[in-house]
Design a protein around this ligand. Structure first.
Ligand SMILES: [Fe+2]
Length: 135
């Protein structure tokens, strides 16, 4: 059961980025599904691990494309990415400490990130990338 089904809301029109964003959305859908089945905790290690990997490969994809396009908001955008990375590291530490509230915390963070970063912050670099011929 998918809880976020409208990937188009988050689309940038840049293929490599959209594919990676879809993976993050699928992680949130998995969390919702697991929570619905009262198995949120079972999925948590996998989701945090995937978020860690995502922070490395996805942010390097975005940042190198923004740099290539000469996007002037690059530094500000990188600061958001650093925030995500440090939050994920924080989740990882809390997981090791068996923090009971962590499942909800990760789910809320992912929901907010998708709604704010993917649908608003990421949209800011789209014109610069398109002008640079990046699709
Ligand atoms: Fe981004």
């Amino acid at each position: 059961m998918a809880f976020i089904i409208c990937d188009d809301l988050y689309a940038t029109g840049i293929e490599s980025i959209d594919e990676q964003h879809k993976h993050l959305i699928s992680l949130l859908n998995r969390m919702f599904e697991a929570l619905f089945q009262k198995k949120g905790k079972d999925k948590l290690a996998y989701v945090i691990d995937e978020m860690k990997k995502y922070a490395v490969y996805h942010f390097s994809t975005e940042e190198s494309l923004m740099e290539k396009a000469g996007f002037t908001g690059l530094t500000d955008h990188c600061a958001f990415h650093e925030l995500f990375t440090s939050k994920v590291n924080d989740f990882s530490e809390k997981f090791d400490l068996q923090d009971e509230a962590l499942t909800a915390e990760v789910t809320i963070f992912l929901t907010n990130w998708i709604n704010e970063h993917l649908s608003m912050v990421d949209q800011q670099y789209v014109p610069a990338l398109k002008n640079a011929g990046i699709t």
